[in-house]
Design a protein around this ligand. Sequence first.
Ligand code: WT7
Length: 642
Amino acid sequence: MREDKREGIVEESKVFKPGAEFKARALVREEKVYEEAARDRIGFWGQAAERLDWFKPWDKVLEWDPPFAQWYVGGKLNASYNCLDRHLTSWRRNKAAIIFEGEYGDSRVLTYQDLYREVNQFANVLKSLGVNKGDRVTIYLPMIPEAAIAMLACARIGAPHSVVFGGFSAEALRDRLIDAKAKVLITSDGSFRRGSVVPLKENADSALAGSDSVEHVVVVQRTGTEVNMKEGRDLWYHEQMQKAALECQAEEMDAEDMLFILYTSGTTGKPKGVVHTTGGYMVGVSTTHEWIFDLKEEDVYWCTADVGWITGHSYIVYGPLANGATVLMYEGTPDYPAKDRFWEIIEKYRVTILYTAPTAIRTFMKWGPSYPESHDLSSLRLLGSVGEPINPEAWMWYYKHIGQERCPIVDTWWQTETGMIMMTPLPALTALKPGSCTVPFPGVKVEVVDHDGRPVAKGSDGYLVVREPWPAMLRTVYGDQNRYVNTYWSNWPGIYFTGDGARWDEDGYFWVLGRVDDVINVSGHRIGTAEVESALVDHPSVAEAACIGKSHEVKGQAVAAFVTLKEGVDVGNGLMDELKAHVAKKIGALARPDDIFFTPELPKTRSGKIMRRLLRDIAEGRALGDTTTLADASVVQALRDK
Ligand code: WT7
């Protein structure tokens, strides 16, 4: 055993228990939090809400008219006020809020005071452009501090933001601009990616060609790339900031006022605008962030997600900043300029908490342990995982090579829709089983149920549901209340269906098995099969397409597509690559199929439904399941012979 090894965790026959030393210093170390919260859930969340600063306290913790919830009814607050203003009255004013590491090694530190100033000024810029409470603002930026500044500035004036991941295509951006009817778009000249420049402004310009709600575009200068600035519409961020007043009063928002929209994929071709509101969301993300990551004032907390995903919203921006944490923000990829970039950053800033995804961990495994070994990682004390089930091998590798057998790992299960982490260990209380996200967070009621919505017995599989409303739950799908009801609440009335399958083991631990709907999880990000299919069918050569998820060593799942071409079209040279590129252009590189199988026909049931299960078996090279409902058996034989 190494001399400096702190007793963070102890292994006991494949179960990892919190070590005495970690426990002694931990924030939450009393088992009774679980029982107390279970006994009085509403009381638990009522008490949790006291951690925030409210302009006016709530009259009632929960109003539940299934499937519509209102949390902290009558309460008034502002999310940006809770992330900034309230830290300025203490020593935290001069604490680092964001430590930014740029892709090419530039760095910037913003204290809470600095961040407050920038957010206030930018809120004034937005106001000067006519953005009022309730107007939507779309943000299409790289991982730079301005992304957080823009989000908080929107929150400050009560304008819901819609952040679109910078890796999404112009067309994906356009669809989201149109759906949200955004008044202002915030983007940058470009974004750095492995030393080259992604032309974000150019993408934005083509997206804007198809949407007419956007009145102004604010452009952050990041790469120095030359861009077109449309007179009267486009404005430089730095020029506007120079003119902006330093103070902007935080708008008094109702607890149930919309904080943001975030688009996520579902089972149809059209992404859903998941709506989150202010009070419940802020209570949920700040409580979970503090308890699960055992947050201490001196921590340097690094979540490697992009702000374009829910993880970035909840656990880079709103949760950590509401808690007065120091957040590290990194612009680039793990392999630029070299494969040790993450470990170099951890050593440079003495990062204490690392929150990343299984796909990243599997990539590091593939590269081998020499990269982390060449850096001092002794500052790390807690590790987190999110995005997809973590396979036990990756868990062990993370534990051993990154956590150096010292750090507990919190495997956190949640979704864009849940807003906050729902299942997770509490690091000083929960024994860890590699591959399991363990148990629900206190005050959260998750179950595995059968077809009829009845809880399964221990040791069984079923559908993963949430039985009771929780504060950070989505409130609706933007502009489509029916879709909200049908997607999440129609299987079993009053019960939220997650779309995941899971096992509830003999000890009452949860093992998420993956999606049971037509959604693929690529590198921890959701891709709807229907979206990829409609992108393919959009190509002039394609008659019909069906997509499925195929297991992939690093990405977890990859997209595989089965394509039927139009009469007379020849596969020829290059059509395969052309179709892959077409999908990347329509949606983004993330959705690009790894494999395309050309077939004269798709296997369908007699009622015309594509048999995806069969396609999955074919793509994985497995023995075929039941084919008795197939309309034309020869189709499958032909596909298999490929
Ligand atoms: C889906 C949600 C939550 C932020 C990242 C993804 C899968 C997520 C885990 C985990 C097993 C997980 C589920 C879920 N998932 N975390 N720890 N263990 N599966 O957010 O894009 O909304 O996707 O990701 O399938 O339903 P998202």
